[in-house]
Unconditional design. Sequence first.
Length: 177
Amino acid sequence: MLQSAIRLRYSAFVMLVIFSGCAGYQIGNRALYRPDIRTVHVPVVQSESYRLYLGERLTEAIVKEIELRTPYKVVDEASADSVLTVRLKSDSKRVLANNKFSEPRDIETDFFIQTNWIDRRGDLIMTQDNLPASPLLVNIGQPANFVPEGGQSLVTAQQEAINKLASQIVGQMEVAW
């Protein structure tokens, strides 16, 4: 009886030590992201491109990626802890290779965006020291190739680039190590 009481006290002490050491520790993907941010507002991407619906497509991809990979919830501006603003600065398309009839065989489409992630107080959250950017913006570019002869189109290449851009943007939301 005395030994079981000692074992019970010892077990309680061990559990107390174990769990008190983990008081500030986060488990899972929550450890990769800021604990003070719970919600994000993503306004529609402003596009300086003449191609239709690129901003809307990029906004949709970013929202899906945030919901999929982060612990953040995408909400309206009034109830958000932070705002992630993205501007599509340019998109381009160029021929990389022609066939013997001078028809495009390999084409590259490229996007260049600027992102800005601020909290409710207006302080910058997203920073990347190794990117050449102005203090309030992070610049990201993403190319994608497509082969018209293989049945690929500009739209499929754009969607591939948009998905990669969304992944890069959400990757920039992680806390630096």
